[in-house]
Design a protein around this ligand. Sequence first.
Ligand code: 5AD
Ligand code: SF4
Length: 449
Amino acid sequence: MAGILQGLSYFIRTFGCQMNENDSERIAGLLEAEGASKADLIERSDLVIVNTCAVRAKAEEKLYSFLGRLAKQTRGRDTLVGVVGCVAQVQKAALWEKKRLVHFILGPGHYDLIPEIVRDKRRERILVTSQSRLWREWPAGRVLHSNPWSAFITIMEGCDNFCSYCVVPFARGREKFRPGRMILDEIRELARRGVREVQLLGQNVNSYRDPETGGTFPGLLEAVAALDGIEWIRFLTSHPRTFATDLALTMARNRKVCRQLHLPVQSGSDAVLERMQRGYGRREYLDKVRILRDLMPEISLSADIIVGFPGETEAEFEDTLRLLEEVRFANIFSFRYSPRPFAAAAREPDGVPLDVKRQRLVAVQSLQKAVQIDTHRSFLGRTLTVLCQGRSKKGAGSFAGRSEGNQVVNFSSEAEPEGPFVRVRVTSCGPYSLRGERSGPDPAGPIST
Ligand code: 5AD
Ligand code: SF4
């Protein structure tokens, strides 16, 4: 049956987080269900969709430079351009003043409108950015997962926390939870098609409440772990304030839940955490880390760090460095603070000069680099289970994957791996990845490191 977009070619550019990646996979699924096909070049596409990120100023700037290049690439052609996602939601019609080439602007939650907007291609421009407190299920259909063995599953969207630096509650709206039966149906279907790893996504998965049954996140995790075929389960993001012991216990009890957790601390200073309105202090955070490590000694932890929050003193910044030394994260994502629209902290003077922010970022990153080199050395000679992600850029016989602890593992193998999981003996390492060679038979069943 021919769809309403038969013959149309599309190109999607995605900025930002895994949730945006997942939204783009769904948009691609919707378009292809209507007969459209993916173009390999912008110059050859009839439709360009830009899925945007508003979390930091830099991400938003990247959008404007992308649109600047796009105007040149599409000159003289009748390309339809849509901007969707968080910047669309926050900027609304102001985007048109900046970039005339944009035809439609859709906030998160309105992507099911895309096929008809594209089919009608009306003269007037379209803007839809209303927000709801209720979950809006996607139309049933394909999601074009980029990895055949691993899939993102959105379980909730939005945030009620209003950390003082953050635009997300304004971009993604208030918390909305997806019914558990829809989540489980989607995962069952993915498992049937060969997916072995799922990553449950939400701005704050800890606050998950099944809108139909009242079930909590640990319950959902248990239900996912009970599904045949699923071997590895990850989830993000967990807010440290609401990360409770029952979730740590559920993780420890279920061997399918990867020994890995992203627990963004943001700062090591109590005073800064207070000004950020994070709702926990340094001690509480460290207590949670201790509980996790008592229960799962091998767990690898990661975090986000913001440097240069308004008024951050040298001593407060030092507290962050000391926390990094104490926790020894497997990985961190570190950022310079930037004021964001609607966020409470943006009403205060930015305070910390740019060069100080830069120096602090370098200090955080070089400390963390040393920690990672050291941690990675402890893996030398060990054999890890790795979920393959495909060929690596390093040439023939080189492949890439991730370990249970979410480390990037590059490995050599004579034959292209057939299955999702392989065993790799680690032979060398750098600060950001491990290297090794395929070793022994591929694992068949449940996984251990
Ligand atoms: N400035 C810098 N970093 C920010 N983040 C969120 N808002 C800002 C901001 N205004 C970071 C936080 C968050 C991650 C997704 O982005 O560390 O956890
Ligand atoms: Fe932003 Fe805080 Fe919500 Fe995370 S928890 S999305 S940092 S407001």
